[in-house]
Write a protein that binds this ligand. Structure first.
Ligand SMILES: [Zn+2]
Length: 359
């Protein structure tokens, strides 16, 4: 069984950074772990705590033994000196009672209270806040008091995908540690290990399309969604380009996702993402960048051959197609009707592609 850091793929630099801080006795009291969703930030926080709690290995080692009582407790999520706050089921924000207790027990429960207690078995208390960017205002202000005067020896780990959504006063009191996307080999291995992908081939296809996020990869494990992605790629590369048919096919897939408006918007967002993936592939193919994604060379070639011969002109055309897709994303975010958003997108992409090919 894997113990410690090998449970985590990638992020070696971040591990080394903490290792250096601990070995020099310079571990801070509050860190903000930021970066894309689904790359392992929360798991990182939990393993870091395990390292610091481990009774067997010296802390400077920053590698848990995996066998001592503390290591086992932390791995099982039952270490008495570790507190975790995360979104409660059905909630989309972190609430003040999770930090300082419910109204009738204010200041007697919650993460801020727990952190102020003496450690039970380790030599420090550690708290992690997942989705810290989803704290509501009251919760953020409650946490701010703890950040201003952190209890002696405590360690607070905030995990956030959108650090910009945090109060500046909170952000400025944390040391920020940035996490990048996972590379596609790591994602593929994780998908097979966790059983999310059914085969190595599926894992490779998903990994190539998920931008290094396991969260995105998990959604792309839906084979129907991936089939839609392939069909859209073919439609975008088709010659001649039939925008009406493409829009109709996309809309019927969106409607097939169910009657719920939020589900339909989510499906529409996927199609917009797939368009971006497609044009980015074409762009990378043109500029000869090492191709990391699932580039279908003949597809990219067939599209390239229809664009202006001059490299710079062709790049400009694809750049403007990408810009148009980004606008569709903004339309969707601003609650434009899904049908209108998709129809106008594919209509414009068709018009722009035909105009460029006619040159
Ligand atoms: Zn241990």
């Amino acid at each position: 069984m894997q113990t410690g850091w090998e449970r985590l793929r990638g992020h070696r630099e971040q591990i080394e950074m903490f290792r250096r801080s601990v070995s020099r006795g310079r571990l801070g009291q509050a860190y903000l772990l930021t970066g894309p969703e689904g790359v392992g930030k929360k798991k990182f926080a939990s393993i870091l705590a395990q390292c610091l709690f481990c009774q067997q290995h010296g802390r400077a080692h920053l590698e848990p033994c995996g066998t001592c009582h503390s290591c086992k407790q932390q791995a099982a999520g039952t270490h008495p000196d570790f507190s975790l706050v995360e979104l409660l089921p059905g909630k989309n924000e972190l609430l003040i009672e999770q930090f300082i207790g419910p109204q009738e027990r204010r200041g007697k429960e919650g993460l801020c209270h727990d952190l102020s207690l003496k450690p039970m078995s380790a030599n420090r208390r550690i708290a992690a806040i997942d989705d810290a960017d989803k704290m509501n205002h009251a919760a953020a202000n409650a946490l701010l008091k703890t950040l201003e005067e952190p209890p002696h020896g405590s360690l607070l780990l905030l995990v956030a995908s959108n650090a910009d959504h945090l109060l500046p006063t909170i952000r400025s009191r944390c040391q920020e540690v940035r996490f990048g996307p996972l590379n596609s080999e790591d994602v593929a291995v994780l998908l097979v290990e966790t059983g999310i992908a059914e085969s190595a081939e599926d894992a490779a296809e998903i990994a190539a399309a998920c931008d290094g996020s396991l969260a995105v990869a998990t959604e792309l494990a839906d084979s129907e969604l991936r089939a839609q992605r392939r069909a859209l790629f073919d439609a975008l590369a088709a010659d001649p380009y039939y925008s009406v048919e493409t829009a109709a096919r996309v809309m019927s897939s969106i409607e097939a996702a169910g009657g719920d408006a939020a589900v339909q918007r989510r499906r529409a967002a996927w199609f917009i993402r797939f368009c971006l993936d497609f044009y980015r592939e074409v762009l990378e193919h043109m500029s000869g960048v090492a191709l990391q994604r699932d580039v279908n060379l003949s597809r990219a070639d067939s599209l390239r051959s229809r664009f202006p011969a001059a490299e710079a002109d062709a790049v400009e055309v694809v750049g403007s197609l990408i810009e148009r897709v980004v606008v569709a994303q903004q339309h969707l975010d601003r609650r434009m009707s899904v049908g209108l958003c998709m129809e106008s997108l594919f209509d414009d992409l068709g018009r722009m592609t035909r105009a460029a090919c006619a040159v």
